[in-house]
Design a protein around this ligand. Structure first.
Ligand SMILES: [Zn+2]
Length: 242
């Protein structure tokens, strides 16, 4: 299966992933991104922070970790077959939904002419009374939504972009992972190994190896898959804005 229509429309245009941390896209949507790439869609990634607090070692140099995580992001993007992977380099844990951050995100939406934006659900604060969502994840979701509307499609937001030759860009649909209110289950059977391989590229985050993630992500994907009778799946809250 190579198509995931939204409503009655089959989307084939460019995709921009907007995530807080270097490994969020793979964990949340790596299978779906790999599937879209395999179907011929151009998929880009914009990571908002540099992940420089992703260590429990007090002697870890943060600038060094940020550099390592950028290299890992690029390696992971190669596994997924992404058209580009960039980082805004904001300090980990300090992401805010500001005018400047939205300017950078809207610029990227316009540059890649994103038809689809994929990110995370900012309204998911608590998960089953077991843990709650990282502030950067929630912020990334709001930044993504607020950059799509009202933003990238409106010429009065960052009109200087238009002077640089960029056009306004209407985003047709937004896909939000890590949601408590998913409305779409996407078959990623055949792309699970790509998701795991891409995640494994984030070696700095895998002190105990990829096994833990492989087991829990595969179990998660199998549970989602069982809902629609397939081997593996990922779930999203999909907003059709077209
Ligand atoms: Zn994260």
């Amino acid at each position: 299966m190579s198509e995931d229509p939204v409503g009655s429309t089959l989307r084939t245009g460019p995709v921009l992933g907007i995530y807080a941390h270097p490994d969020d896209a793979e964990i949340s949507a790596g299978g779906t991104m790999a599937k879209w790439v395999a179907a011929g869609r151009e998929v880009h990634l914009l990571v908002l922070t540099n992940g420089d607090r992703g260590s429990s070692d007090p002697s870890q140099d943060r600038a060094e970790l940020a550099a390592t995580r950028l290299t890992e992001t690029e390696a992971a993007a190669a596994f997924l077959g992404l058209a580009s992977a960039r980082s805004l380099g904001i300090a980990d844990g300090e992401l805010a939904n500001t005018h400047d951050v939205r300017e950078a995100v809207i610029r990227r939406i316009r540059e890649v002419r994103a038809e689809t934006v994929i990110s995370v659900d900012p309204t998911a604060w608590f998960f089953e009374n077991r843990y709650y969502n990282h502030s950067d994840h929630r912020m990334a979701g709001w930044v993504a939504l607020d950059s799509v509307f009202p933003g990238s499609g409106n010429p009065h937001f960052f009109s200087e972009h238009l002077g640089e030759g960029l056009g306004v860009q209407e985003v047709a649909d937004v896909w939000l992972g890590w949601s408590n209110e998913p409305n779409r289950t996407i078959d990623i059977s055949g792309h699970m190994q790509t998701k795991i391989d891409a995640l494994a590229a984030h070696a700095s985050q895998l002190a105990e190896g990829i096994r833990f993630f492989e087991e829990f992500l595969t179990k998660d994907a199998a549970e989602a898959g069982a809902k629609i009778g397939v081997e593996h799946a990922e779930e999203f809250r999909v907003l059709d804005l077209s």
